[in-house]
Design a binder for this molecule. Structure first.
Ligand SMILES: *[C@@H]1O[C@H](CO)[C@@H](O)[C@H](O)[C@H]1NC(C)=O
Ligand SMILES: *[C@@H]1O[C@H](CO)[C@@H](O)[C@H](O)[C@H]1NC(C)=O
Length: 457
């Protein structure tokens, strides 16, 4: 039901594919975030963010010939996966100029469309611990809190803040032909096992590459990159979803062809991950007045999102048992809405919630098939990387988030209505022109003990 496709057209800079280039210096924007032990007891961490490799200019290691133009590979530089990784370099990024990404203090703003000689659409960034390593998170018995401004995110856009089972160095140690690593945003994976990545496991994704029929910048290769994914936040001003996605192997693994499953493959459930997840979207759970403009959680102004990851024994060694959500707006703590769906109770994600929801919505329980809550907890134990992105959806127009989906389903049938957006909304060519000025702001990230990051401080 989701995909991650956004893209840039030939950024004007250089680094090595799996090599690195320095026509533009790679200067990671600084972003502070906090670690808390009790309300008011927080320490500040000086983090940085890095742009994903797929958005970067990829060119010949010794010059400036494009290795990838539009949505096709250069046949000379990239005749096959291994040669391409040797011949091509990823370059540094002009974060604000080319990509519309600006960071200040604890605040990160991602613009939707940026015109600078070429058109860039959206972005995907990762939080770094240092210039060469991603910050790793284990959220068991912890909570994650941030402020978000979705007021300029219309139907069809997804401002997403989530965690993926990427490895800390972006795969450099495991795959020596990967010379770029976390410093250049290499090593992405998620529960859709994305096959649009240009590099996976130290090799290019040239073999079998089919340029997209509707996206001028992307394509689908023979390999995909799988891992567990915890969607803390996927949202626009109309709808939001909180969704754990389990995986048989929590950390990054390469898959091949349609055996990858997920959005990019013909057999959605053919892989080793759970592409659907177990979602809590208040509208889909029957409360149509909870989240939106001027609603209980008023999306016309900024608010705080708190997500707690509780374990069965109340320690970080326990098994993940419940994912709870609170909002805070204008000083008021707002518990998540309760399910209004017959047969489904509660306002949090637990195994019994997921089982009941899948039954009520007549959805295949792929979350349980891949280990459910316990598997999500295993992914935290292995360590996950924080991802912040803004994208539009070339596969399903984000209708799975904010509209009636499937579009031929009856909106009265449980689980089909997810938001008030029209089934004709979210078409990339429409939103990229009409809503080019859209943006999202993520700020004041805090991670810590349960109940330590919000409320009375
Ligand atoms: C929606 O949620 C709000 C806040 O929790 C609550 O006051 C309202 O009664 C809910 N509406 C329905 C239809 O459940
Ligand atoms: C956190 O706060 C909630 C609501 O006030 C309370 O029910 C819960 O027991 C608290 N949890 C911990 C671990 O302090």
């Amino acid at each position: 039901m989701r995909s991650r496709f956004a893209f840039t057209l030939l950024p004007l800079t250089l680094v090595a594919g799996q090599q690195i280039a320095t026509l533009t210096a790679e200067v990671h924007p600084s972003l502070t975030w906090q670690t808390c032990t009790a309300p008011g007891s927080c320490t500040t961490n000086n983090g940085k963010v890095v742009l994903d490799a797929n958005w970067r200019w990829l060119h010949s290691t010794d010059g400036s010939t494009n290795c990838y133009t539009g949505n096709t590979w250069d046949a000379t530089l990239c005749p096959d996966d291994a040669t391409c990784a040797k011949n091509c370099a990823l370059d540094g990024a002009d974060y604000s100029g080319t990509y519309g990404i600006t960071a200040s203090g604890s605040s990160l703003k991602l613009n939707f469309v940026t015109q600078s000689g070429q058109k860039n659409v959206g972005s995907r960034l990762y939080l770094l611990a240092d210039d060469n390593n991603y910050q790793m998170f284990n959220m068991l018995n912890q909570e994650f809190t941030f402020d978000v401004d979705v007021s300029h995110l219309p139907c069809g856009l997804n401002g997403a803040l989530y965690m993926s089972g990427m490895v800390a160095d972006g795969g450099m140690a495991q795959f020596p032909t990967n010379k770029a690593g976390a410093k250049y945003g290499v090593g992405y994976c998620d529960s859709q096992c994305p096959r649009d990545l240009k590099f996976i496991n130290g090799q290019a994704n040239v073999d079998g590459w089919t340029p997209s029929s509707n996206n001028p910048n992307t394509g689908v290769g023979n390999h995909g990159s799988c891992c567990a994914e915890m969607d803390i936040w996927e949202a626009n001003s109309i709808s939001t979803a909180l969704t754990p996605h389990a995986a048989d192997t929590p950390q990054q693994t390469m898959c091949t062809g349609d055996a990858c499953g997920g959005t990019y493959s013909s057999s959605r459930y053919g892989g080793t991950t759970d592409p659907d997840g177990c979602d809590f979207n208040s509208y889909r759970m029957g409360n149509t007045t909870f989240y939106g403009p001027s609603m209980t959680v008023d999306t016309t102004s900024k608010f705080t999102v708190v997500t707690q990851f509780l374990t069965d024994d109340g320690t970080a060694k326990g098994t993940l048992s419940e994912i709870k959500r609170f909002y805070v707006q204008n000083g008021v703590v707002i518990p998540n809405s309760e399910s209004d769906i017959a047969g489904v109770t509660g306002n949090s994600i637990t195994t019994s919630f997921c089982d009941a929801q899948k039954t009520a919505f007549n959805d295949k329980n792929v979350f349980a098939d891949h280990g459910g809550m316990a598997a999500m907890g295993k992914a935290f134990e292995a360590g996950m990387v924080l991802v912040m992105s803004l994208w539009d959806d070339y596969y399903a127009h984000a209708l799975w988030l904010d509209s009636t989906y499937p579009t031929d389903g009856a909106a009265t049938s449980p689980g089909v209505a997810r938001g008030t957006c029209a089934t004709t909304s979210g078409v990339p060519s429409d939103v990229e022109s009409a809503d080019a000025a859209a943006y999202v702001v993520y700020e004041n990230i805090k991670v810590g003990a349960i109940n330590s990051t919000f409320g009375s401080a």
